[in-house]
Design a protein around this ligand. Sequence first.
Ligand SMILES: [Zn+2]
Length: 85
Amino acid sequence: MSAVIYIDFETIHPVIGGEWHRTRLTGIPEPGQGITMLCGATASAAFLPSSQRRDHGTPTACPRCDAIYRREHGIPQQHTRQGHQ
Ligand SMILES: [Zn+2]
């Protein structure tokens, strides 16, 4: 019997060098497996508890991934939104 840990792929935002990106995953990557972000950045997968996400400062959103994600989902681009932080 397995103890299954269900993961929501929509919430996976890999952090590379202090920037978080969006990616399209079809499964859980193996540690060390190369994954490609929407913006084209590539890096090998590593896993840590989310509680350690801000250990080296709060990651900022990758603007290229953000723009691609918004375009794909019909979300207005950031500069056209009012009062957005
Ligand atoms: Zn990116």
